[in-house]
Ligand binder design. Structure first.
Ligand code: ATP
Ligand code: MG
Length: 443
């Protein structure tokens, strides 16, 4: 259990001032699992003003002082040091009514959410593990510290954190913890949407289809539109799975990239409101891609997702039913319309969608390597697919006698379309003569 040098330096500084100090929480858990921890949190008996005094020679981050946290700014990064705390009641299920600074490590560990997160370690004082976190880790068990119902009622975010830890570390919630997670999932309603969104973003890249199934009541709670897909019978010969199970497989089959995972999660939510049955009883979902995209926009806005994420997600969902094909011209058109990174993501989504129907026809998947090979070839050619690559620009057309305004833009678009379709070479002379023709037609 080797701490980074600069962190050990902080621990020693506190100990020299006779404040017992420990690394705590995620760092201890990750080290015991043999994983690389993200960061180290320290805890100590020193009160915030005492921590500040010990580290007075350093720049300090004091935004968390009210909750007992002082950040010490070192060249290697910021080390967060928090005074041992005990928390009061959670009358609003969001924030403890008050926190007390305490002398006792055990009390600090007992406020923590799960046994695997409630361990402390110091090079001189060893491992403190009053709730059996190490054994739970060895057995891959997720268990709350204390009564699960009480702990989830105090802070329902712990339910979603529990899903994250289970998924990330392959833990199985102990029976009481699991039952409370399922039963109390509706309490997540009270949480700030940003916090829910953040947790979902951490969970989504890690989930398997099995995780999506076992934690469905928790994962669908913040997204009722997704909840409506659970058990939804598609009545289609193409689909062996109910809608939620299909969605779960698509999510798991996409690369673990956030935009793709969100697009996969929401790509078919519009199937529920667009569902119709024909005279044979077969289900149809006309216009569901557009319906899903509109619903995704609302869902992501509700969750306060940044536009930077929402926009590509909505585009992917909107496009998911328009198949990419191993055809040079069609592919060049999609590249020109969407850009190469979006086409790459769309291909992943369409492939995952195709492979997740549960009807198992591997021949259907043969088209994807062909499309990938053609995309590689087109990328290597580095041809003109956008206005900025066109061998003429607005100035050239003005010089030809085009009036400034809409006609000029339309002409450039038409020239680009012909270059994309390889009806015209991307050469200045050829483009100018085509433009001249257009000008004549106009006047
Ligand atoms: P990560 O590796 O994702 O940072 P972490 O365990 O360090 O995981 P943090 O959110 O950084 O998680 O929190 C640090 C520690 O604080 C946790 O290990 C846990 O002991 C405690 N903790 C955090 N959030 C809560 C909560 N909502 N309820 C109780 N304890 C919590
Ligand atoms: Mg952490």
């Amino acid at each position: 259990m080797q701490l980074p040098k600069h962190v050990e330096h902080c621990l020693q500084a506190l100990e020299r001032a006779s404040f017992p100090a420990y690394a705590v929480g995620g760092w201890v858990r990750d080290r015991l699992l043999g994983r690389t921890p993200q960061d180290v949190d320290l805890c100590t008996t020193a009160a915030p003003d005492q921590i500040q005094a010990v580290f007075q020679a350093y720049p300090l981050v004091l935004s968390g002082v009210k909750h007992g946290t002082v950040g010490v700014v070192l060249p290697e990064g910021v080390v967060e040091i928090t005074t041992f705390r005990r928390e009061g009641d959670y009358s609003d299920s969001r924030h403890p009514d008050r926190v007390w600074f305490v002398e006792d490590l055990h009390q600090d560990l007992s406020r923590r959410d799960f046994t695997v997160n409630a361990m402390a370690f110091s090079p001189t004082r060893g491992l403190h593990d009053p709730f059996g976190g190490r054994q739970d880790l060895d057995h891959r068990i997720l268990r709350t510290v204390g009564d699960p119902e009480k702990r989830f009622r105090e802070d329902p975010l712990r339910i979603l954190r529990g899903v994250r830890f289970a998924v990330k570390y392959g833990l199985t919630p102990e029976e009481g913890t699991f039952q409370a997670m399922m039963a109390l999932a509706p309490l997540m309603e009270r949480l700030a949407r940003e916090r829910v969104f953040q947790e979902l973003c951490q969970i989504l890249p890690l989930v398997t289809a099995g995780d999506m199934a076992r934690f469905a009541p928790v994962l669908t709670q913040p997204i009722p539109e997704l909840g409506a897909t659970v058990g939804f019978d598609q009545r289609s010969p193409h689909h062996a799975y109910d809608l939620y199970t299909h969605i779960s497989h698509v999510v798991a089959a996409t690369p673990p990239k956030l935009t793709l995972r969100w697009a996969a999660l929401l790509h078919d939510v519009g199937k529920v409101p667009t569902f119709t049955q024909d005279s044979t009883g077969r289900g149809h979902f006309y216009g569901h891609a557009q319906a899903s995209a509109a619903m995704a926009e609302k869902i992501l806005r509700r969750l306060k997702a940044p536009n930077q994420l929402a926009e590509p997600v909505i585009t992917l969902i909107c496009q998911h039913m328009t198949p990419l094909a191993p055809d040079r011209t069609l592919l060049r058109r999609r590249l020109s319309q969407l850009g190469a990174p979006m086409v790459e993501d769309l291909l992943c989504l369409q492939q995952a969608d195709m492979l997740s129907k549960g009807t198992g026809d591997p021949a259907e998947g043969a088209v994807f390597p062909q499309i990938r090979a053609l995309l590689d070839r087109l990328a290597a050619e580095d041809g003109c697919l956008s206005r900025k690559d066109l061998a003429v620009d607005g100035h050239d057309l003005l010089a030809l006698g085009f009036p400034a305004g809409k006609a000029l833009g339309t002409c450039l678009e038409r020239l680009l379309a012909q270059v994309v379709d390889e009806e015209l070479p991307n050469e200045k002379a050829a483009l100018l003569s085509a433009a001249e023709k257009m000008l004549k037609e106009m006047t």
